[in-house]
Ligand binder design. Structure first.
Ligand code: CTP
Length: 365
């Protein structure tokens, strides 16, 4: 039985990047032998085990063959005669298909080290096309490694285009697509993720509303801005959706099964943007209307995130309107229902008194 470090850990070590998770492949062993050595089996589909002390993942070397279309339907074969090279061959990119032996020797049958040297994201074999998720993974690695000079190899881009043309992207479940988008939004250069998807044609199937040039460049510049202020996922997603009409943004967020906070912020941002753009003076009623729509009185924290997304989605010429909105929010935030109740207001009248007091304070600005 032999154990090798594989995948991301070997890649990141060669790149001089911090290694997060360490994954191992075991050859020449059976599940029974692993269990006898105290490993705990995890997952029913694959022969993957957790080390009793380190809790790191040890997988028996395996091959996978696709049976159906899309992401489902893999048949897994694992036995002591499956070699390390067999296991590495089923992997997506050459830079992810290297291993390191216990003695520290690099096992690199598919030229991963050379592709690291030439900064190339290249598929290991035609089996890449058996899993359409790999299109998104490749785009995500491009987004992560872009600052180091990596690009997608032309042959891999051609294969991805062919997969898209054959309708493979349509087989991806929204949960997996969202998981990749969410991770991509936080990579070093999130825009590259969408560039790669656009180049291979997958963007048309994932977020078709972003395909037109004008929407695309506005979305990417807003996203770049939120990335530079280290906005959270909801702000990044809202920035990406910001050129879209509110209904389109909401429907897309629902179809992608984005989490509720991301759906809400995308809807709110795209709903408010045209109203802010069309504002010509700081009319207290209008400002209060926008603040009410943002539910700022109950959602003060989200308001900060919303302002980040709005700031990044609006051109310089419109920024002063956000300042009006912020000043109005600050002025009206001090209105206390408790004080008005002490003055005898209750029920509907209390609601009206709160509104009037907020308007009065905003008017004083
Ligand atoms: N892998 C693959 N195809 C997939 C998913 C994973 O070939 N659809 C392989 C790759 O060899 C990858 C390894 O499984 O290196 C582990 O996958 P994962 O943990 O998702 O990725 P990492 O490469 O470790 O990257 P990250 O740093 O994002 O965790």
């Amino acid at each position: 039985m032999k154990t090798y470090l594989v995948g991301g850990a070997v890649r990141d070590e060669l790149l001089g990047l911090p290694v997060k998770d360490r994954d191992w492949v075991v050859t020449g062993a059976t599940p029974d032998e692993m269990l006898k050595r105290g490993f705990k089996q995890v997952g029913a589909d694959f022969p993957v085990f957790l080390h009793p002390d380190t809790r790191e993942e040890y997988a028996l070397a395996r091959t996978e063959r696709k049976q159906g279309r899309g992401y489902h339907g893999f048949s897994v074969y694992s036995a002591p005669d499956v070699t390390l090279e067999d296991d590495l061959r089923r992997r997506d990119l050459t830079i992810n298909a290297m291993a390191k032996s216990a003695a520290g020797e690099l096992v690199d049958p598919f030229g991963g080290r050379e592709d690291i040297r030439t900064r190339s994201l290249r598929h290991v074999s035609e089996a890449f096309s058996e899993d359409p998720l790999r299109i998104l993974r490749t785009a995500r690695f491009a987004a992560r490694l872009q600052p180091l000079g990596f690009t997608v190899a032309e042959s891999t881009m051609a294969l991805m285009r062919q997969m898209v043309a054959e309708g493979e992207v349509g087989y991806l479940v929204p949960e997996r697509v969202w998981q990749e988008i969410q991770r991509a939004l936080h990579e070093n250069d999130p825009g590259t993720f969408f560039d790669v998807l656009r180049e291979c044609g997958a963007l048309k199937h994932i977020i078709p509303e972003l395909v037109p040039d004008e929407s695309y460049s506005a979305a990417l510049s807003a996203l770049r801005c939120v990335h530079s202020i280290d906005g959270d996922t909801s702000a990044r997603f809202a920035a990406l959706m910001s050129p879209l009409a509110s209904d389109d943004a909401s429907n897309r967020a629902v179809q992608l099964k984005a989490p509720n906070d991301c759906q809400d912020l995308a809807r709110l941002t795209t709903g408010l943007l045209p109203k802010i753009r069309s504002m010509t003076c700081h009319h207290p009623e209008t400002l209060l209307g926008l603040l009410d729509e943002a539910d700022v009185w109950r959602r003060a924290d989200r308001f900060l995130v919303l302002m980040g997304a709005l700031r990044c989605a609006l051109p310089d010429t419109e920024q002063s309107k956000l300042e009006w909105l912020e000043s109005a929010q600050r002025a009206a935030a001090g209105v206390e229902a408790k004080e008005l109740m002490q003055q005898g207001f209750k029920g509907k009248e209390l609601g009206l008194a709160i509104r009037n007091e907020r308007l009065r304070r905003i008017s004083e600005l």
